[in-house]
Structure formats: C-alpha cells, structure tokens
Design a protein around this ligand. Structure first.
Ligand SMILES: Nc1nc2c(ncn2[C@@H]2O[C@H](COP(=O)(O)OP(=O)(O)OP(=O)(O)O)[C@@H](O)[C@H]2O)c(=O)[nH]1
Ligand SMILES: Nc1nc2c(ncn2[C@@H]2O[C@H](COP(=O)(O)OP(=O)(O)OP(=O)(O)O)[C@@H](O)[C@H]2O)c(=O)[nH]1
Ligand SMILES: [Mg+2]
Ligand SMILES: [Mg+2]
Lengths: 283, 292
C-alpha cells in the first residue's frame, strides 16, 4: 500500500478488506474508512501518512474510555477488598484467565481468593481448583451439586472480608446472552456483590474470544446491562484472529479493554496496549 | 433484513423483463453486506456472490413476482444448495468399531459434543466408548469422565502423563476388546498455526485411522472460520463438521465458510449445554438464519 503519492482507490479497498477480514464489521469499517477519506481529501496525505492516520483513528477509538474517566493503569487497590467478576459466553477463556490473574496477583503481593461460582458445568470446580493450586490461591466452592452460584459468591465474599483478602476473583459459568434465565442469574450475582460488599472496589469484566465475529457486540450490550460491566478482557490473541469486534465494543459501550490473553499458560496474560493491538490488526 | 434492503435496491428492476449485469449490481452489494454482517468470510462471500450472479443473470423476471423477491429466492436457493445435505449420517465402519476423531480450536465444544454424539448413537442402538486424550487442559479428563457417567457411557483414559497418540491407540484397542460399536476420541483444543499440536493431531489420526474426523466449530466464529477450516482440512483432513452454540443468537455465517472451504458436510449442530442438545443439520434453516 505504502508507495509514492496519495492513497489510491485500490489501496483504500485493500484497507477496507483488511479491516473486514479482522472482524471489525461492516458498519465500523464504513465509519473508519469514511473518516480516513475525509482526512485524505482535506490534507492530500501521501500513503504512509494516511496509514499512520488510520492507526491514529483506531487507537483513538480504543483509548476514548480513558478520556471519559476510566483510569489507564488497572490494578487492584492495595489494602482493601477488590472484587473482580469475570463473565462471558461459553468457552471464551474465563476460568483460564482467572488462573492467570491469580498468578499476577500473588506475584505482585496481593492476598488473593477465587470464588468457583460455575456450579453447573462438568468438572468446572476441579478445573478452577487446579488453577488456584498453581499460584497457591485458595478456591471457595460449595461441595454440593447444582448449588446456587449466588450462594458460592455470598460465602466467598464473607471469607474474603474475614481474611482481609485484597483480590477476590469470581469465576462464573459461561452463558449465552439470549438466555434470559442465565442473564437473570448473572444479575443476581452482581446484586449480591453490591449488597454484601458495597464498600469494595468492584470490577465487572467481560471476557471476549478474539475468534468471535459480530455477535461479540450483542454479547457486550446484554452483559453490560446485566453485570454492569467496567471492562473487557480479549483472549486467544495468540491465534490468527485479530479480535476486530473489540473496536465496536469499545466504541459503542465505552468500555476499556484491560487485558490480552495470548496463550494457555499461566503467564500468558498482559495489560492491553492500543498501540500493540492496532499494529497487530493491520499487520 | 436482507428483504427490505433488496426492496430499495430493486427499484431499478421494475418494468424490466430480464435480470441483467447492470440492474443486479446494487442488489449483489446488499447481499454481500448481509453475508459479512452474518460473519461469512470475505473471500467466501465473494465466491458465493459470483455464484449468485451467474444464476441470476439472464433469469427472466417472472410476471406477477416482485423482482426483489425473485432475487431473494435465487440467493436463498443458492445458499441452501451450497450448505449441502441434511441429515448426513455418521460413518458406520464395518467391522466395528467405527472410529470418530474430534478436532478444533480451544473452547468450541468438542468435549461436550463427544458426549452428545454418544447419546445420539445410543438412540441408533450403537454402543460407544469415549477416549480422553486431552492431557493439557486442567481437569479435561475429569470433564469427560463426568459426562460419561451422566449418560452411562464408558470413558477410557490413561491420565495426563501418557502421550495423546498412545492413549488414542490404546483406547481403540480397548473398544475392540469391549466389542463396542463406536469409539469417539476427544482431543485438546489447538490453534491451526501451532505446528506441534497439528502434528500431534495428524499423528493421532495416522495411528487410529478414523472413519470420521469431525471439525467442531463455534457458530459465533468470525472471519477466521474459513482459514482454520482450510488448515485443519489440509493438514489433517476432515470428513465433516459440528457447528456448536447455535442456541445463541449469532447469524452463523461460519457455517458457509466451513462448508465452502472444506466441501465436507455439517453433520450436526449443538443447541445447548445439556448432553441431549444435539440436532441434525438442516441447510434451509441455517440459510434463513444467515440471510437474517
Ligand atoms: N490459545 C489460547 N487458548 C486459550 C486462551 N485462554 C483460554 N484458552 C483455552 O480456551 C479453552 C477454554 O478455556 P476456559 O477457561 O475453560 O473457558 P471458560 O470461558 O471458562 O469456559 P466455560 O466455563 O465452559 O464457559 C481452554 O482450552 C483454554 O486453555 C488464550 O488466550 N489462548
Ligand atoms: N450454549 C451452548 N453451550 C455449549 C454448546 N456446546 C458446548 N457448550 C459449552 O461451551 C463450553 C466449552 O465446551 P467444551 O466441551 O469444554 O469445549 P472444548 O472444545 O472441549 O474445549 P477445549 O477442550 O478447552 O478446547 C462449555 O461451557 C460447554 O457447556 C452448545 O451447543 N450450546
Ligand atoms: Mg469456565
Ligand atoms: Mg475439551
């Protein structure tokens, strides 16, 4: 694309294809291309400057939540109870991400606890317990089958408050956003957290799989309303998927992306960087 | 929906007696937009549009039928045809056991589908043995054992310290010994760009020579559905696919990508988390869903 002279019509088409193939989506791509073309017409930009401007457009979309009041640096507040509710549809990487977060927390000297609130899926509790063991973090679970997940959360908060825990990670069952009863269950979990730990620092994070297509926006809209989301974690970026739907999620819901999951190992989680994301998106 | 969009694109066709290269352009663009919004891969969508264009050009505009509705029918029929057969049966090896290998990316629903297939086979009076070769994911073997117990189907496992190839091999030997009709081998999720893991999958396939290799794909997969299908098909070879989580509200364009890239049938769809939630694939239903 980058050659001599202004950005050609072919080059614009190529950029459009790249965005579409990265799951940015038709509407978001149209908006981005329109913004790019307006700038090019106004300032007769040569190709390399046009690409630089495109990256700026994309980074601005991703950074806008920070201009709207979200802090850029994201870490639990020391010395108080922080509760991070981890939610999302089935199979996106919630439990694995909690394993990774527990590791970072203990490495950074936080007292950490995990609530195993997926009481439904086969071996869900066993899975999160193994993750807890890997960073020496205790997992609060209820032994009975099909226990109410809200009860586990309630007990875990009680334990966290009693022990002076600094970070309580709440693992929840995967749930599709069109299942009204499951979204009600998530609302109830959020209510319990607000009620029993009203003075805690609460974060509600949606885990999005980078391989996800346009349904990701719908997921975010429904989960935002049910769980009062405060951020997004984007997983599986070690694959070939670019996670472009995250742009629409950030743009339409104003939520910041907090972490990137890039692998199945305990260390494969890093803070989100809009620069890194945009470079990878356009590569 | 596509119907409303085509209505306006179709004003140019009123009073025409043929669908031509010119009057179809805008309509084709609308179809392309609809397919992209439904997560059909861009290249797959382009190829499909070309297919539609060729079917539509020269078609007589049927008197009494609105051109946009006629065009939608052309698109719908083309999509149904590409989506392939309904009720494409599972392989049935002679002599038994039939060997089925499950494959796919992380978190797509392979382990759940393994148990769902076993329950489905029981309805056809076919006994099953499940084999747990995911030695990587924490409690993956526990998960399959728990599911097996729920449906009273035996699970063969050798813990997490044995190679998946060896577990698969011994699992098939066990199936022969038990005289079961079918053995289903669950595998770990893997990236198609992970050379080592793809080699492992190819080695499992080589060792057990399955009658059926099923790619398990999440219905909400975006553009990468085409690329991952191509990689799995070229490096391992698949004989069919299972599309999961269709109880969600995603349009499911990944189905068209999987089908067009591999040429293999989508045999089943997952429509829920419970073990009973498996249905045969109906191309017309998925076609309507993709077109919105
Ligand atoms: N490649 C890759 N795989 C990941 C990543 N995060 C999670 N996984 C894998 O994705 C699969 C599902 O992960 P889980 O943590 O069980 O997902 P979940 O959201 O808790 O799933 P449910 O509780 O069943 O809804 C596992 O095989 C993980 O190892 C990632 O960043 N990269
Ligand atoms: N709603 C819904 N959930 C499903 C369906 N199929 C599987 N799931 C859920 O998706 C999640 C992942 O399922 P698994 O069977 O663990 O997926 P997997 O492919 O074996 O995952 P890995 O082994 O980690 O690669 C679980 O929460 C399942 O309950 C389906 O058809 N509908
Ligand atoms: Mg989980
Ligand atoms: Mg599995």
């Amino acid at each position: 694309i980058v050659g001599q002279g202004p950005l050609s019509r072919d080059a614009i088409e190529e950029i459009e294809m790249l965005l579409l193939q990265s799951d940015v989506g038709v509407k978001a791509t149209d908006r981005i291309i329109a913004a790019l073309q307006t700038k090019i017409r106004q300032e007769i930009l040569p190709a390399d400057q046009a690409i630089a401007y495109l990256k700026e457009i994309l980074r601005d979309i991703l950074d806008r939540p920070f201009e709207a009041g979200y802090r850029r640096d994201f870490a639990p507040k020391k010395g108080v109870l922080n509760i991070w509710l981890i939610a999302g549809v089935n199979g996106v990487g919630k439990t694995t991400t909690i394993g990774k977060l527990a590791h970072i927390a203990t490495q950074s000297g936080y007292r950490c606890l995990i609530a195993a609130a997926d009481t439904f899926r086969a071996a869900a509790t066993e899975q999160v317990k193994i993750w807890g063991q890997r960073s020496d973090v205790e997992v609060i679970a209820n032994p009975g089958k099909n226990t109410d997940p809200a009860a586990v959360v309630f007990d875990a908060i009680g334990a966290a408050q009693a022990r002076g825990t600094e970070l309580l990670l709440v693992d929840t069952a995967g749930r599709l956003q069109n299942k009204a009863n499951l979204m009600e269950e998530l609302k109830k979990i959020r209510r319990i957290i607000d009620k029993k730990a009203g003075d805690a620092q609460i974060e509600s994070l949606l885990v999005l799989d980078a391989t996800l297509g346009q349904n990701g926006l719908r997921q975010a809209q429904v989960f935002a309303e049910a769980a009062q989301l405060t951020g997004v974690i984007l997983t599986k970026l070690d694959g070939t998927a670019k996670g472009g739907v995250a742009l629409a999620v950030v743009q339409e819901l104003g939520l910041p992306i907090r972490f990137i999951g890039a692998g199945e190992g305990i260390k494969d989680l890093r803070p989100f960087s809009s620069f890194e994301f945009v470079e990878a998106l356009l590569s | 929906a596509l119907a409303e969009r085509l209505e306006s694109a179709w004003k140019t066709l009123r009073g025409q007696d043929k669908i031509t290269e010119n009057n179809i352009q805008e309509a084709l663009r609308e179809v392309r937009r609809a397919l992209l919004e439904a997560d059909v891969n861009l290249q797959v969508a382009k190829d499909f549009i070309e297919n539609v264009r060729q079917r539509a050009i020269g078609a007589e505009v049927i008197a009494g039928v609105r051109p946009d509705q006629q065009f939608i029918k052309i698109v719908y029929d083309a999509l149904v045809e590409v989506m392939g057969e309904s009720h494409s049966p599972l392989a049935h090896g002679e002599p038994p056991p039939t060997i089925i290998l499950m494959a796919g990316l992380q978190g797509t629903g392979k382990t759940t589908a393994t148990a769902k297939l076993a329950l489905h086979l029981r309805k056809e009076r076919r006994s099953t043995l499940l084999v747990a070769t995911d030695v990587y994911r924490p409690a993956a073997i526990d998960q399959l054992i728990t599911l097996g117990r729920q449906i009273d189907v035996p699970v063969f496992e050798m813990g997490t310290a044995v190679s998946p190839v060896e577990i698969a091999r011994q699992g098939v030997a066990k199936a022969k010994e038990l005289g079961v009709d079918t053995v289903i081998i669950d595998t770990a999720g893997r990236l198609q760009i992970d050379a080592e893991m793809m080699a492992e999958l190819a080695a499992i396939k080589d060792a057990v020579q399955p009658h059926e290799t099923l790619l398990v794909v999440d219905a909400m997969t975006g553009q990468e559905a085409a690329n991952l299908t191509r990689a799995f098909h070229e490096q391992v070879g698949i004989t069919g696919a299972i599309l999961t989580k269709l109880d969600g509200d995603t349009r499911g364009g990944a189905a068209l990508s999987v089908r067009q890239v591999s040429g293999q049938p989508i045999k089943f769809i997952g429509v829920g988390e419970k073990v009973e939630a498996l249905q045969p694939f109906y191309p017309d239903r998925l076609a309507s869903r993709i077109l919105g």
